[in-house]
Write a protein of this length. Structure first.
Length: 507
């Protein structure tokens, strides 16, 4: 996806992305070549070359769009003789000790003093002062997975995704409806399936229709397009909020929107059988935590440490439903003294993260690890999943308590019928955080909040001896999905006559 400032659309007769065509292939090749030709050069030099290219092409948004995609495949790093923060600190201290820096001579004197303190040369200190600023960072590597044709395809897909950021409703017809509905559910989007004159369409509703605007939905609409565009035949129509004006966006398989061929997904590799065994067993659990392999590096002094795993808190399987919270997980399973010493040093230097460490009992270093402020579980042979789950449950309890503390004592949803899951999503908390919240205008039936007036209306509409299918239709008309819980609350039971057929009876 691109940033919205790079969106190119035409508003003549609707809302239409301005896609890149074959005539833009040479420009895509030049952008790729610009990145390839500036490896080992500063970002400022690369940016200047791209600005020159914008002027030559006359399409600055297109050049910047190509460049944005290329930048995601680029590796920038700080290269300096002295660590920049140390150089700045030493230079500022030296300047203060010399009574301030105004003239060139005073600056050179301060640099010389700082160099002595750092056992470096004045030139090294000077070159290092601001080497970590973006414009001074160096393009260390650029290994794009595509050529010019694929860059065009990636750009057009990203452009269409960006156009969907402000959609309030998306309607899709697809030759692969199963994959479409599966993606909609996975993205936790609200949807319904409507019959049309020539088939069915999936209607995905954005937050404007029910409650306050959320950028999460725009991002999810954009992600949904990847699944839509993989189908052989498809059509998508979206209602877009274009700065307060509703416009219609229509895309189909006739447009140059396709999902570029991705590189084969490599199997996850593990450092040991202990890690592989734990990952396999944990993935089979139904928890509000998502396990990922080898997350981002953590700073440990002047080095980095890449933990074996990370657990991300994801209430209901949705990382957006709760606070951003990550627990790193390290498995200490080797027994060499050098390894143990290295790990203990790394753990001691890691700051401001939550770390859980599984320690092989044979190492005998559990207390030393605990002294680093990391949580510790011990194991012999294999990591006990229950021990890890118990620790995660403790974190979860604290997260739920924190979320609940920020909620009011009572909530009054405007809906006549609404699930606790929907209320929790609106409040940005997990369902568990609503446990102590009162809902004075609703009755809690199962996991659904229902106004008493709706229950009264249902009581009048239902009758002893009514077929279950008819009762289910009545409940559906009132927006009730949890038929079993509501029927039970109204003192009905279901007398089943066969698979899928039955009659409701008064208890």
């Amino acid at each position: 996806m691109l940033t919205k400032d790079l969106l190119r659309v035409s508003r003549r007769g609707g809302y239409r992305p301005v896609f890149a065509g074959r005539e833009d292939r040479p420009l895509a090749a030049r952008v790729l070549g610009t990145f390839q030709g500036h490896v080992d050069e500063r970002r400022a030099t690369l940016d200047a070359a791209l600005r020159d290219l914008e002027g030559e092409a006359g399409e600055f948004k297109l050049v910047r769009g190509f460049a944005k995609l290329c930048e995601r495949e680029a590796v920038f790093e700080t290269r300096a003789p002295v660590e920049p923060e140390r150089a700045r600190r030493a230079a500022f201290v030296a300047a203060e000790e010399t009574g301030g820096v105004v003239t060139r001579d005073e600056r050179e004197a301060a640099m010389a003093r700082a160099a002595d303190a750092l056992a470096a040369t004045p030139g090294d200190v000077d070159a290092s002062l601001f080497a970590d600023l973006d414009e001074h960072q160096v393009l260390a590597a650029f290994d794009a997975p595509w050529g010019p044709e694929d860059l065009l395809a990636q750009y057009n897909l990203s452009l269409a995704q960006t156009a969907l950021f402000d959609a309030t409703e998306v309607r899709v017809r697809s030759s692969d409806p199963k994959a479409l509905v599966s993606a909609v559910k996975r993205l936790r989007l609200m949807y319904e399936i409507r019959r049309t004159d020539d088939g069915r369409e999936v209607v995905v509703t954005g937050p404007d229709a029910l409650f306050s605007r959320s950028r999460r939905y725009g991002t999810r609409f954009a992600r949904l397009l990847r699944t839509v565009a993989k189908a052989r035949e498809w059509q998508l129509a979206a209602t877009v909020d274009d700065h307060g004006t509703e416009r219609e966006l229509v895309l189909s398989d006739a447009d140059p929107v396709r999902v570029p061929d991705a590189a084969p997904v490599a199997e996850v590799e593990y450092d040991s059988g202990v890690e592989a065994d734990f990952a396999a067993r944990f993935s089979g659990l139904d928890m509000d935590w998502v396990l990922s392999r080898e997350p981002e590096p953590l700073a440990t002094g002047h080095r980095v440490m890449i933990p074996d795993f990370a657990f991300d808190y994801a209430p209901g399987g949705d990382p957006d439903a709760g606070p951003d919270f990550r627990v790193f997980f390290e498995v200490m399973g080797f027994w060499t003294p050098e390894y143990v010493e290295k790990k203990l040093g790394q753990l001691a230097d890691v700051e401001d993260v939550d770390m859980l460490v599984a320690v092989d009992e044979s190492l005998g270093v559990g207390e030393a690890v605990a002294a680093t402020d990391a949580r510790v579980v011990t194991y012999s042979g294999s990591v006990r999943v229950k021990d890890v789950v118990d620790v995660l449950r403790e974190y979860e309890s604290d997260l739920v308590a924190d979320a609940a503390a920020g909620l009011p004592d009572a909530l009054a949803p405007v809906d006549d019928v609404v699930t606790l899951a929907t209320v929790a999503d609106r409040e940005g908390v997990s369902e568990d955080a609503l446990a102590d919240v009162a809902f004075p205008e609703h009755d809690l039936v199962g996991r659904t909040l229902v106004r008493p007036a709706v229950l009264d209306a249902l009581g009048d509409a239902l009758a002893d001896g009514m077929e279950y299918a008819e009762a289910e239709s009545v409940l559906d008309e009132h927006g009730v999905d949890d038929a079993s819980a509501v029927l039970s609350a109204l003192d009905y039971r279901v007398e089943w006559a066969g698979l899928g057929t039955g009659t409701i009876r008064e208890k």
